[in-house]
Design a protein around this ligand. Structure first.
Ligand SMILES: [Zn+2]
Length: 457
């Protein structure tokens, strides 16, 4: 059996050189295919969000990094091709456990050097997000470390995070720059994402977040900074193919609606798609941004009813990041039920970042979605997989287990899929397959013991 769990940039080069053996995951207790039962195209919304397409006693056959067939184990083992090739197939007996699509974490900020421990303590003592930012904490306090850091150091940090995400079942990650906020350090951050991604078998979707906040040196002249984002950062990132999306933090203390439109316009003119941090701290009217066809609006704590009705008619995803509400100690969470009941497609993401959501765990985000936002376990799973893929515009190849899609799967050492958000604060992820490469969390050691999937190849 081929196992990968690499220890450094150098050794993880192996990951990309791995030739894909045919891979058969068999004897799956609950195989959550996330195939649409309604057949309706587009992201999952309303009652479709809880359709997981469960196959009991399931099997998945993968070849060349792609899924080639999905069905029952008994049928897979009778397949003439499988019968003749069986000795050459890497077969994993899943021992009745749960297999689902690898998580798509569609919102992360992994390029930074240090945790923000002073902010953490200040907040515990009662300081607000805005007060911490005004005192020199917050996003601006991460800038110095990134500006001074070498690209290789940043890439090593990002790669370590990607490996940990694979341990937790995540196979596709959106990764933003945004802690450099100069042309040079934003490009360096995107290069670090690219370099780390090239050593990881999963899929990374890079986003330029030069418009995270206005850096201190432009405090008196924010328009000048917006010009740098529009005329220097976006064209450079587009030309060098370092980003697929441009993101803006549109809120009180960051960028206003007019500045956001300007930045979105520059993105579209340079052939990049847009997404936005919206309505986290205060309400923003979203309708003017829809002409840019944003892939996703993220956070969405304070959204007006007219915009909810409008979003229900669109494919723009409302990406909810309850980890931020949890870590900020907020009592209020984004109104997931209002979105779902109105027909707005929702995704879940970690918002991994050093200030407000230092978690890489999609199951933790899902647990918070269930307990704090009243999403059902099934809705949380769909929001963390297929709708995350929609939020990154990769749904044609990610987010569900269907023939022809990328072989991105994760196995949880549980009997029932509802246990994934139920057991919070730990990990039951036993094995992850990223573009056909089998990745096993060796750190788990004997913890799962006899629940480990048994390799038979
Ligand atoms: Zn964010």
């Amino acid at each position: 059996m081929r196992l990968l769990n690499c220890d450094s940039v150098t050794s993880s080069r192996k990951a990309n050189k791995t030739t894909h053996l045919p891979l058969l995951l068999a004897n799956i207790g609950q195989l959550l295919t996330l195939q649409s039962s309604s057949g309706r195209p587009g992201p999952r919304r309303g009652s479709d969000l809880k359709e997981l397409g469960v196959i009991e006693g399931g099997a998945v056959l993968c070849l060349g990094g792609k899924i080639v067939s999905v069905g029952k184990t008994k049928d897979a083992l009778r397949d003439p091709w499988v019968k003749t090739k069986r000795k050459k197939i890497l077969e994993i007996d899943c021992a009745g456990q749960v297999v689902l699509p690898g998580f798509v974490d569609s919102h992360t900020h992994p390029v930074f050097m240090s945790p923000r421990l002073v902010d953490f303590e200040k907040r515990i003592e009662g300081a607000s997000y805005e007060e911490i930012a005004a005192a020199g904490g917050g996003i601006r306090s991460s800038l110095e470390g990134v500006r001074k850091a070498g690209k290789r150091d940043l890439a090593e940090k990002v790669l370590a995070l990607l490996r940990e995400m694979a341990d937790l079942g995540t196979t596709t990650v959106e990764a933003k720059s945004g802690y450099g906020l100069t042309l040079e350090s934003e490009m360096k951050s995107l290069e670090a994402i690219r370099d780390a991604a090239s050593h990881w078998p999963g899929t990374v979707v890079p986003t330029l977040l030069g418009a995270h906040v206005v850096p201190g040196e432009f405090r008196e002249h924010p328009e000048k900074y917006v010009e740098i984002v529009c005329r220097e950062m976006i064209p450079r990132a587009a030309k060098r193919k370092l980003a697929r999306f441009v993101d803006v933090f549109c809120d009180h203390g960051a960028f206003n609606a007019e500045q956001t439109e300007k930045i979105f316009q520059a993105a579209v003119e340079n052939g990049l798609n847009v997404r936005g941090h919206m309505c986290q701290l205060t309400e923003t009217v979203l309708k003017p941004f829809l002409r840019f066809e944003p892939a996703s609006f993220d956070h969405m704590d304070h959204v007006n009813d007219a915009d909810i009705a409008e979003l229900a008619r669109r494919d723009t995803i409302a990406t909810l990041v309850p980890g931020a509400n949890y870590f900020l100690g907020l009592k209020e969470y984004p109104p997931a039920r209002s979105f779902i009941d109105a027909g707005v497609p929702v995704a879940l993401a970690t918002d991994y970042n050093p200030g407000t959501s230092p978690t890489l765990s999609m199951p933790m985000a899902m647990s918070l979605a269930c307990t704090q936002m009243k999403m059902s376990p099934a809705e949380a799973i769909a929001a963390a997989t297929i709708n995350g893929a929609w939020a990154l515009r990769v749904a044609e190849r990610k987010g569900s287990i269907e023939a022809g899609k990328d072989a991105d799967l994760t196995l949880f050492a549980v009997d029932d899929h509802r246990e994934i958000p139920y057991w919070f604060g730990g990990s039951h992820c036993g094995l992850t397959v990223l573009n056909g490469v089998v990745w096993r969390n060796l750190k788990r050691g004997g913890f799962v013991g006899d629940r480990d999937p048994a390799p038979r190849g």
